[in-house]
Each structure stands twice: as structure tokens, then as C-alpha cells.
Design a protein around this ligand. Structure first.
Ligand code: SF4
Length: 433
């Protein structure tokens, strides 16, 4: 896409779901607590599958096209973009919150703007894999798949959960791909968690005003239930992988005995594909047991690779930041593929301290991949909850990515867990299938 020849304009909402551009103001972006001009080359057209949100009780910020002064857009409420998977936002939406502004639900709030008939966002496509492209989901095939697999596994509580809740209610892309018979199959297993993340998507305490986006699994599947539907998936799906640790559960490592028995049994039936776990990485000994059972890859989620910021957000029970580092090292010592699921927050992720800590983590753990994920959380609420009332110098997310890529050329960037064909084969494979 050609670089924009000028800054796009601020967007605002009239509170009735209508969005307009304000051509008296050039759009800016937010990083930490600061609003900044966005370099022209950082704007891309809002990708297909992206959405626009009105931000109630908030006024957008912009640069006056005549005076060059930063000021509020008084014409309506601020607007932000939810950018689709495979893209990483470089700046948050810039606004000022009024005293009555409600906490925003658990979505990402990337800057959004308008120019010459189109919406723009400051973002990069970080992943070529097309598994969550919204245009790739055929509703008819999904419903056929749900019918077929519910009949094939009539007593399997997990397949029933994936069908009724994940696929047909939450429209989870991973569950939809499972019922189409391709790529990554989700395997939730844990009703409990040993962390208390501020922005947990499967459990929000009653005193909080925002809902969790999914309900947490309320039963413990058996190894037999897991094996029954994952083995056929690994044997028949293109680029197959099964992933423990999903948004609709707590922490899978709390179910390590069940998962280890399932992995052992899966591998007795098929060598195909990759077996992955998405986890908070809290139990290194459990990770060791899963690697011995045949786990191929691990993805550890984190908002920061600095202990004090990590623990302020995760509020861990009976584990510490150092445990997640140890889990990455152990998985690597078994030759496993290791990723971090890195919640990107402009102004925090690209601070000089975070950059230095990330370099150290990559070196200490021989990390294989960073999944640069948009942080689905209200920016003011997050910074307030972790006690960050001012943010210092930051490198810029794009600049930080370039520095890490230059120093660690073998480290992969992406958004999704790679199939074994990428892990063991040609990582830059063609995805036009
Ligand atoms: S680790 Fe996951 S399930 Fe546990 S509190 Fe955090 S987001 Fe929620």
C-alpha cells in the first residue's frame, strides 16, 4: 500500500452508532499516557475483519489543521479500531476520558482515522498465516462440521462444549477451524487458574464493571475425551495442530496429569502434527512432564518481561515471574518450539527497560518466536490498575521490532502457533491454500 501523502483525519461518533470524520483535526496516536503524531508510513487501510468502536465518555484528540495545536474533538465521542488477528497495532486511540467515562470492555483500542473514502489504522501485518481471516469461514461448512462431529462423538463433553459454546456462541476462529476440519484445534481442559489477571477474558470478579468475554469451562475432561477427537484431527487435517490452553478456561498446567496422559495416548496413535500448549508458564515441573510425554511447542502469555509489571498484572498464586522463564528454558531443553504471547501496549512494551529485558529473555531462554498480540484491555484502566501513572521514553513498537529482528535474525515473528511443517520445514511457506 502506498504511503499516505498527508495525515488522515480524526473520527468521532454521534452516540447513535454513526461515525464521521472531523476535517479540522489530523489524527494522532497514543503511546503510554502521551498523544503523538503518527508517521505517515505507519498508517494502513483498516484490514478486512476490523471493527470500529465508539468510546463513551471520551473525546478524541487531534492536531488542528490550521494552528498545528493538539486539541479535543468536541463534535462527538472518540472512536477506536479493533484490528483483526495477524495485525499488530502501533499506537492506541488518543482521547481524554470524562469523569463519567465507563471502563471499556476487553477489546483492543487501536487509533483509527479517515482519509479519501477509507478508514486507516497504524498497524503492521505481522503474520502471513490466513487461519483467522474472516473471509475464510464458510458458515454452511461449519454447521455441517458441527452436525457431523457431534454425531461422531455423542458422549464427548468437550466436543459438545466446542460446538455449542466456542463455535456457535463465541464464534471462536480456532473452534470454527476444527469443525471445518483444518489447521489448529482448541483443547480447553481447566476450570481453574492460579493467576488473577486484571484483564482475564474467562473470569472477571463481581466488583469489576466489565464482563469476561467467555465463560470458563465448568468440567474437567478425561484423557479419553481429549484423545477421542484430537487423534482424528491430527490424522486428517491439513497443517494439523492441537492446542491446550484456550480463552474459555483457566490455566491448563493445573490439569497436567490429564494432559500428559492424553499426549502419551495421542502419540501412541499418530506422529502427525504439533501438540502445543498455551499457558501462563507457572509450573516448570509440569512443563517437564508434558515434554517427556511428547509436547512439541509451548506459548507463554505475558503482558511484560519485567517482573514487577508482570506480577502487578497477573497477581499470581503460588508462583513467581521466574517460573515462566524456567518453563521456557525446560521446553527448549527438550527441543520444543517456544513462543511468548506478548500483549503489545504502545508506551509500555516499547519502553527502553522492556526492550532490554526482552533481549535478555530471548538470550537466556533461546526463544524461538514472539507472537506480537494486541492487548485487549481499556488503556487507562490497565495503567491505573498496575500503578503506572506516567510513562517514560519509548522506542516505538515498529522500531523495537526492527531492533529485535536485526539482533536475532533466527527469531520468528507472528501471531499464531506454527504447524510442525513450519517448525521443522520451510518457515516462510506459502499460505495461499
Ligand atoms: S492466566 Fe489466563 S485464565 Fe488465568 S487469570 Fe490470567 S487470563 Fe485468566
Amino acid at each position: 500500500m502506498a504511503v499516505l501523502e498527508q495525515s488522515p483525519y480524526v473520527l468521532y461518533s454521534n452516540g447513535q452508532g454513526d461515525i464521521f470524520e472531523d476535517t479540522s483535526l489530523y489524527a494522532v496516536g497514543r503511546t503510554g499516557w502521551d498523544a503523538l503524531p503518527v508517521p505517515a508510513e505507519d498508517w494502513i487501510a483498516l484490514p478486512e475483519g476490523g471493527s470500529l468502536y465508539e468510546l463513551p465518555g471520551r473525546r478524541g484528540l487531534g492536531i488542528d489543521v490550521i494552528t498545528g495545536e493538539m486539541r479535543l474533538c468536541e463534535k462527538g465521542w472518540a472512536v477506536a479500531a479493533f484490528i483483526p488477528p495477524a495485525h499488530t497495532g502501533l499506537y492506541l486511540a488518543a482521547y481524554e476520558s470524562g469523569p463519567e467515562a465507563p471502563v471499556l470492555p476487553l477489546f483492543c483500542y487501536t487509533a483509527a482515522a479517515w482519509l479519501d473514502g477509507g478508514f486507516y489504522v497504524p498497524a503492521v501485518r505481522i503474520e502471513q498465516d490466513i487461519r483467522q481471516e474472516c473471509g475464510g469461514f464458510d458458515e454452511e461448512r461449519i454447521h455441517q462440521g458441527v452436525d457431523t462431529l457431534l454425531h461422531a462423538f455423542p458422549h464427548n463433553r468437550l466436543v459438545k462444549h466446542l460446538a455449542e459454546n466456542c463455535c456457535l456462541t463465541y464464534h471462536c476462529p480456532a473452534a470454527r477451524n476444527y469443525f471445518i476440519g483444518r489447521w489448529e484445534c482448541p483443547v480447553p481442559s481447566s476450570p481453574a487458574c492460579n493467576a488473577n489477571c486484571i484483564g482475564c477474558i474467562s473470569f472477571q470478579p463481581e466488583e469489576e464493571s466489565i464482563p469476561s468475554t467467555q465463560d470458563r469451562l465448568n468440567f474437567k475432561p478425561t484423557p479419553e475425551e481429549i484423545v477421542e477427537f484430537t487423534v482424528p484431527h491430527l490424522q486428517t487435517a491439513p497443517y494439523p495442530l492441537v492446542s491446550f490452553g484456550q480463552g474459555c478456561e483457566g490455566e491448563p498446567l493445573l490439569m497436567w496429569e490429564t494432559i500428559a496422559r492424553a499426549i502419551t495416548e495421542i502419540r501412541r496413535h499418530t506422529p502427525n502434527g504439533s501438540i502445543n500448549i498455551n499457558t501462563n508458564g507457572s509450573k516448570p515441573a509440569a512443563v517437564k512432564a508434558l515434554c517427556e510425554a511428547g509436547l512439541n511447542s509451548i506459548r507463554v502469555s505475558t503482558n511484560s518481561v519485567q517482573k514487577h509489571i508482570y506480577e502487578a498484572y497477573y497477581r499470581p498464586n503460588n508462583y513467581v515471574f521466574e517460573d515462566i522463564i524456567e518453563s521456557l528454558k525446560i521446553a527448549r531443553s527438550y527441543g520444543g518450539w517456544t513462543s511468548i504471547n506478548y500483549f503489545v501496549f504502545p508506551g509500555m512494551t516499547d519502553s527502553v527497560e522492556e526492550y532490554e529485558a526482552l533481549r535478555k529473555l530471548i538470550i537466556d531462554t533461546d526463544l524461538r518466536m514472539i507472537q506480537w498480540r494486541n492487548f485487549n484491555i481499556d488503556p487507562d484502566w490497565y495503567l491505573g490498575k498496575i500503578g503506572v501513572y506516567e510513562t517514560g521514553e519509548s522506542l516505538g513498537i515498529k522500531q523495537m521490532m526492527m531492533l529485535i529482528r536485526e539482533e536475532f535474525p533466527l527469531l520468528k515473528f507472528g501471531y499464531f502457533n506454527p504447524p510442525i511443517e513450519r517448525i521443522k520445514g520451510n518457515y516462510e511457506m506459502d499460505f495461499a491454500h
